[in-house]
Design a binder for this molecule. Structure first.
Ligand SMILES: [Zn+2]
Length: 642
């Protein structure tokens, strides 16, 4: 069983921006997941060099285009290395193997009668390197490049009979619902196919930079027709037929949503014409915006992934892009949001968990943990997370896969807060302490195995610290992602994996004393873990959560806290204190007498020194203020909500 995965190849007229890096990172996560699953994987990336923009850029720099491309290849490779992208092959469209494939495929289409000579007249966006129809332009400009004026081109061209493949393509789409994902892109392409297809120009006349058409060498192959063939060229089409037979068709093309038409209409039609099998699946990912703006070099809203990775390391960036953006949709990057997620997910949650484990193991058990018991609640959480992880990753819901791994992290942190190992030690409950520490260590180990595809270096470091002896590249999900109740664990200590970053405004005054204080807090308090996306639960599981109506009797601000209010509520059965993070939305006096909904059976927790017994339900829109969930005021305290 093997898996052939590709990304779009990139124009080398400028360095990759964060959006380009997003595509490579997500593809890398998929490739690493397949390898972790024991599937032989071939992961292809590359550069698209036969672009007129590349040619112009080289001339501007007074460089030979080929030498310019050599230099850019080094720059691209350096960025991909910095981001830990594990491609198996890197193709350049100026390589002989690519030229051989392009000429072979073009000749096949020509022999089939699908390429003919004609006259092209129309708009051309140089930045897209694409022919544009009048209906594609807004105010005479390309939608993606509103600062440029498209060129009017009139030249003798060779055309590909794309129109002939409309019916076969429609049939293919209908027979293979998974051919294009996500669903909204598929619907878009179906509408396009249903509205009809026009033949496309596949050559440019009078240009020097490109691959000559074998049957008309005065013309070079149009850069898109040329570029798409890289996927076949890389595995031997036209140069190594045995290898091609082994690896073709590709299992998955990862591409940006703006080029799904090329990959799911033009490319399959080319393959049909040449008598080749179609790729199993194309996935059109969304865009990463920068502060709400589309990232684009020509618009000046671009971010260099090297700069971002240099700030906090490649793994936090990889995690952010995979976890915070639901795969297939658009996402956004801002420095504030990035640092906030870093603090929550890594500094406070996962990093803190690893530090607490090694500190407790050292303090209570000289860093050697022995198996005790067969694993309790955390073992169940880890098993459930593993199956959810697999289902999500197999369905390319990468964000959900990562969230599943973080469920284990969240549960382990909660488990420590509940079992309070330091007080077990104080009370001399040695057997229970053994169980708790071993269970936490095992939970961390399983989480690190699941996080291996998204945070390869950090995962390896964590695995080494919790005494995993299998080499990271030899890890297998089937064997190593399962809960183990045996084997002594030698826990290693190390520096904090992800020291907190302070808010920019605090940087000046947040000295080392401030940092130490925060770290002390996180060792014993429950960390501010991000709630992972919930899995489906049964009605029985839901009924474990006791939601009840309560009446607010008193409300006051919690000193030194911007967000917290201390409420005294009547639950029908008792009067108790609940701390709620709603101070930014409500004045204390507004709340007295209100009928609210609470979680009545939540474990008590201390927040800013106040013990909270339960939780108030409120709706919190993204970026907005929380609003209390209301019930009719006539409802008596204690009434069950379900
Ligand atoms: Zn354009």
């Amino acid at each position: 069983m093997h898996f052939y995965l590709t990304t779009a190849i990139d124009y080398v007229n400028s360095r990759p921006h964060l959006g380009t890096a997003y595509e490579k990172i997500t593809a890398d996560v998929i490739a690493r997941y397949k390898r972790l699953s024991g599937i032989e994987t071939h992961f292809l990336m590359g550069n698209d060099e036969h672009s007129q923009n590349v040619y112009k850029r080289a001339l501007e720099r007074k460089m030979d285009p080929r030498a310019y491309c050599d230099q850019m290849e080094q720059e691209f490779r350096a960025v991909w290395k910095q981001l830990d992208i594990s491609f198996d092959d890197f193709i350049r469209t100026t390589e002989p193997r690519h030229k051989a494939a392009v000429q072979k495929l073009a000749q096949r289409c020509f022999d089939k009668g699908d390429i003919y000579e004609g006259q092209y007249e129309g708009w051309y966006c140089v930045s897209c390197e694409a022919f544009k129809q009048e209906k594609d332009l807004v105010d005479g400009k390309c939608l993606l490049h509103p600062t440029l004026t498209p060129e009017w081109i009139r030249e003798k061209n060779y055309f590909f009979r794309l129109s002939k493949y409309r019916e076969p393509l429609l049939e293919h789409f209908k027979a293979n619902p998974g051919f294009l994902r996500p669903e909204n892109r598929r619907n878009e392409m179906l509408r396009l196919l249903e509205s009809g297809l026009e033949d496309i120009s596949v050559s440019r006349a009078g240009q020097l930079w490109g691959i000559p058409l074998p049957f008309a060498p005065d013309n070079v192959v149009y850069v898109w027709f040329d570029a798409l063939i890289n996927y076949a060229a890389a595995v031997g089409y036209g140069s190594d037929e045995a290898r091609f037979a082994e690896w073709w068709p590709a299992d998955l093309h990862i591409v940006g949503k703006d080029i799904t038409r090329f990959h799911t209409v033009v490319w399959p039609a080319m393959l049909m014409s040449a008598g080749l099998a179609l790729p199993a699946q194309v996935f059109g990912h969304g865009w990463v915006n920068f502060g709400g703006q589309r990232m684009s070099k020509s618009l000046g809203t671009s971010l260099d992934p090297s700069d971002v990775a240099a700030r906090l390391g490649p793994d936090p960036l990889r995690l952010y892009l995979v976890k915070e953006i639901s795969y297939g949709g658009d996402g956004d990057f801002t420095w504030d949001r990035y640092e906030e997620r870093y603090n929550v997910d890594l500094a406070n949650n996962l990093g803190n968990l690893v530090s607490r484990l090694s500190a407790m193991a050292e303090k209570f058990r000289a860093s050697r943990l022995s198996p005790a018991g067969s694993g309790g609640r955390l073992a169940q959480v880890a098993e459930a997370a593993l199956s959810r992880y697999r289902a999500s990753m197999d369905a390319l819901a990468l964000h959900e896969g990562v969230a599943a791994a973080f469920q284990i992290v969240d549960a382990a942190n909660e488990f420590i807060a509940e079992t309070a190992p330091w007080s077990l030690a104080k009370k001399g409950e040695a057997g229970r302490l053994d169980e708790v520490l071993f269970e936490v260590a095992e939970a961390v180990r399983v989480a690190a195995v699941l996080l291996r595809p998204v945070m390869p270096a950090s995962s390896a470091e964590i695995l080494q610290r919790v005494g995993e002896t299998t080499a990271p590249d030899a890890l297998r999900l089937d064997r190593d992602g399962r809960w183990r109740s045996e084997g002594v664990r030698q826990i290693a200590k190390g520096a904090a994996l992800w020291p907190r970053v302070e808010e920019a405004t605090e940087t000046g005054r947040a000295g080392s004393a401030e940092r130490t204080r925060r770290e002390e807090i996180t060792v014993e308090d429950k960390p501010a873990a991000a709630p992972a996306e919930p899995a489906r639960i049964t009605i029985d599981e839901f009924m474990k959560v006791e939601l009840r109506v309560a009446k607010v009797l008193e409300a006051e601000a919690v000193p030194k806290s911007k967000k917290l209010l201390k409420l005294k509520v009547d639950t029908g059965a008792d009067q108790r204190t609940i701390v709620a993070g709603i101070a930014e939305a409500y004045q204390p006096e507004q709340l007295v007498g209100r009928t609210i909904v609470i979680v009545a059976n939540l474990q008590p927790a201390k927040l800013m020194g106040v013990e909270s017994n339960g939780m108030v339900l409120a709706a919190s829109p993204e970026g907005g203020l929380p609003m209390l969930v209301a019930v009719d005021p006539s409802m008596p305290p204690g009434a069950r909500v379900r």
